[in-house]
Structure formats: C-alpha cells, structure tokens
Design a protein around this ligand. Sequence first.
Ligand SMILES: [Cu+2]
Length: 161
Amino acid sequence: MFKNISFIAILIVLTNHVFAHDYTLGQLVINHPYTRATSPQAKIGGAFIVSIKNNGDIADKLISITNVSFADSVQIHETKMEDNVMKMRELKEGLTIPAKSMVELKPGGYHIMFMNLKDSLVSGQKYKATLNFEKAGSINIEFVTESFKDSGHMMNMDRMH
Ligand SMILES: [Cu+2]
C-alpha cells in the first residue's frame, strides 16, 4: 500500500518536471514561457510566462522580445477593463519587474503578442525567442506550445485589438 502511494507521488513530481521549464538570468528567474496553438487563419498569437521573479534589490524591466522567426514583430501588452470591455494596450516602455517581487504574464493580464504570424503555432512545438531586460540583459528562451483546445479565450483576441 505504502509502496503504491510513493510511486504515485514520484510520478506527479516527474510530470511537473517534464512540463515546467525555467531560466535564470542574474537576479531574475523566468518560469515556464508558453504559447498557445493558433488556427491557420490567425494573424496574431499570445504568449505567457507563469512568472518572472526578481530576487534583486533593484527593479528591472522586460523591454522587448526579439529573434522571433515566425512573426513580423512582438509586442508586450496589458489587459484592462474599460467601460466593461476588455481592452489590450501595448506597453511601449516595457513591463517593470519590481525588486523582490514577481510578475505573471497570463491570459487576461500582461502578455506577449506575436504580430503578423508567418506560420501558425503548433501544439507541442517549441519556439525560440530572446527576452531583453533593461538591467539583467538578454536571454534566449523557448516558448512551449499548448494545445488549441485549451485556448478558447485566444480566439477573441483579434477582436480585442
Ligand atoms: Cu494582446
């Protein structure tokens, strides 16, 4: 009986490990960048980062995402309610990661937007990009792609822009 329980526990730990990936850059820990599969006609795609943690004593800023081969450009967006309508706005100055705290990029909040997709994003594929921070510098990462069926909210994103 006990053997069975610990076997299940080990499986859960291993499963988490397979799906999560993270990167360390100076005082920053970038946890699990991911994107969502897009339909063939989609012109934009959203991407998210479970968390960017700043362990340092000074604020940093995500200023751009570059080296993306599958889209014309990349923007950093915030989502805001305006007159009961969800609207997205580009953060042209970048996204601040305050000292000793954590910022999440998630559906309905801060997110990354791939503009003018050249190819659709395919579930299970990984997409390379470079994250550029004001103080910590640059790091090459990969966005892992989740399946389309989990991405119902993304279908409305064209209308939100
Ligand atoms: Cu957006």
